[in-house]
Structures are given as structure tokens and as C-alpha cells.
Design a protein around this ligand. Structure first.
Ligand SMILES: [Zn+2]
Ligand SMILES: [Zn+2]
Length: 285
């Protein structure tokens, strides 16, 4: 199984529009791996697209992906869904009669309802469905989906509207993909041993090098999001053979070189398994 990081940014991508901080200037000058587009993953093998941020069509065009067999959404937040039109943009409209079948797109639990109610995306989804581009499939709680040789089990996190995915192949790797929102989450025992966990990095409440506070203690984001330190605790509990941290926010003020330095320091602190994601990163498991 290969997991491609199509986009390693968070809700705020890098460079951020209007920002000329050190991190954003470097990203404009050097591009990838400093530049980060919105959060999305592609699983080669089952050919599964996980989430579609605004840059989804750009990300797929930039990648070597030639086929998307299915899509799945983790939650309704705009940074994970606002590139819905990728399902339209990836088709060759000249072909007639249309031979392609609609792509199955999986919505665990209430995720499709959330898109309709929170983002008024119902008409957009119905348009994609009516054009034969996608087929929406709601995945009931506790149900797995079979995509190619891969079993995908969505399950809710502590924030119950947000889903993570356990991917398993017979005699193959066991992979956890958690695109966002680990706040308050305790890894359940049933998850079992993992070959790879892809997790959101969490908010850098403190500068990871100096320890200086970067976000005021009373800032509401600290109640809503897991911090980087809390994420490290989750990484430790999960005990995956490899962990890749993604959903890296521009406001955290860390560029790609800083994160390489942080990897080296985490290694000395007993975390040799942690890497930070960048756009186009390919993970083989
Ligand atoms: Zn997000
Ligand atoms: Zn900036």
C-alpha cells in the first residue's frame, strides 16, 4: 500500500494569502516541500481519495494519479470538502456516450447530512450525482467498506462528527488515517497494532524549540483543537511503527526545515518513528 500526501496543510495553507512572514516568503520562493496545500491523502492500491480541499483538482493534476476508484470524507469542515468540484474537473467531458460510471463517494455516519446542513452543499452534491459523476453512499456506524483489496473502517473520534479510517489488507499493512480533530481522543484498544498512523500535528501552543508560549492560554482554539503536545501523547499511546504528522498550519510558524530539526530532536527524545508530512510525500507500507 502506498499513501500519497496530496496536501499537508491545515485550514490555513502555506503560503497564507496576504502573509509575508518568514515561512510564507520561503514557501513562495521555494515551493514544495515548503508550500502546503489543503488536507488530502490518496491511497494507492484501492485508489481512494480522502477529503477534497479547495486545491483538490490541482493536487490530483500535480500527482501521478491516473484513476480514482472511490472517495471518502472525514468530516464537513470546509478545508476538507470545498474542492468537491474535483469530481467534475477530473472527467473528460468530450467523451460521448459517457462510458465512465459514477465514482462511489463514501460519507460515514452523518457527514453527508452535515455537508447539507452546515455548508448548504446539498444542491452541489445533487448536481454531481445528477451528472453521473458521483454516487453518494452513507456508511452506517460500525460498518466497513471494501474498496479493491482494502477494507476501510470509518470510526468517529471524540468529536463525534469527525471520522478516522482504519485501512487493512489481507496479510497486508494496518494503517490509521486520521485527517483532523484529535482533541480529547483516546485510542481504543480494538485498533490493535498499526504499521502506520497519519495524524494531524496539532496546534503548536508552545514553540517546540524554546518552549515559549505562542498562543494565549485562554485562546478558544486550545479548547477546540488538540495541541502538539497532546498529539505526541496520542502517538505514544498508539505505538504505531511509523507516524506521519500532517495538517500543518501556517500560523504555527514552522517551516519544512524547522520540522526536519524537530524530527531530529524527537528522535533523541524516544520518537524515532515520527516524520512530518509535506505535499507530494509518498509513504510505502
Ligand atoms: Zn482540517
Ligand atoms: Zn505567513
Amino acid at each position: 500500500m502506498k499513501i500519497e500526501v496530496l496536501g499537508s496543510g491545515g485550514a490555513v495553507t502555506t503560503p497564507r494569502p496576504l502573509c509575508f512572514c518568514r515561512v510564507c516568503r520561503k514557501a513562495r520562493r521555494l515551493g514544495v516541500p515548503h508550500q502546503r496545500t489543503g488536507p488530502s491523502l490518496f491511497v494507492h492500491g484501492p485508489d481512494l481519495l480522502v477529503d477534497t480541499p479547495e486545491e483538490s483538482a490541482f493536487q490530483l493534476a500535480r500527482s501521478g494519479v491516473q484513476r480514482v476508484a472511490a472517495g471518502i470524507y472525514s468530516h464537513w469542515h470546509p478545508d476538507h470538502v470545498m474542492g468537491l468540484r474535483v469530481w467534475e474537473m477530473s472527467r473528460d467531458f468530450r467523451r460521448w456516450p459517457r462510458e465512465e460510471r459514477p465514482t462511489p463517494v463514501y460519507f460515514p455516519g452523518g457527514v453527508r447530512d452535515d455537508l447539507v446542513q452546515r455548508l448548504a452543499a446539498g444542491n452541489h452534491l445533487e448536481f454531481l450525482e445528477s451528472q453521473g459523476l458521483i454516487r453518494s453512499i452513507v456508511v452506517e456506524e460500525g460498518t466497513s467498506v471494501r474498496i479493491g483489496d482494502c477494507t476501510v473502517r470509518p470510526f468517529p473520534l471524540a468529536e463525534e462528527y469527525v471520522y478516522a479510517f482504519l485501512l487493512e489488507e489481507a496479510d497486508g499493512p494496518r494503517v490509521l488515517l486520521a485527517p483532523d480533530e484529535l482533541v480529547g481522543w483516546r485510542p481504543p484498544d480494538w485498533l490493535g497494532p498499526l504499521d502506520l498512523a497519519v495524524l494531524p500535528m496539532g496546534v503548536a501552543e508552545f514553540d517546540p524549540f524554546s518552549g515559549a508560549r505562542r498562543i494565549p492560554a485562554e485562546h478558544p482554539i486550545l479548547a477546540a483543537e488538540a495541541t502538539f503536545r497532546e498529539t505526541l501523547e496520542i502517538v505514544r499511546k498508539l505505538g504505531a511503527r511509523r507516524t506521519v504528522l500532517t495538517h500543518i498550519e501556517e500560523p504555527d510558524g514552522l517551516d519544512h526545515d524547522d520540522l526536519l530539526r524537530l524530527e531530529a530532536r524527537l528522535e533523541t527524545e524516544g520518537h524515532p518513528e515520527i516524520r512530518f508530512a509535506h505535499d507530494t510525500m509518498m509513504l510505502t507500507v
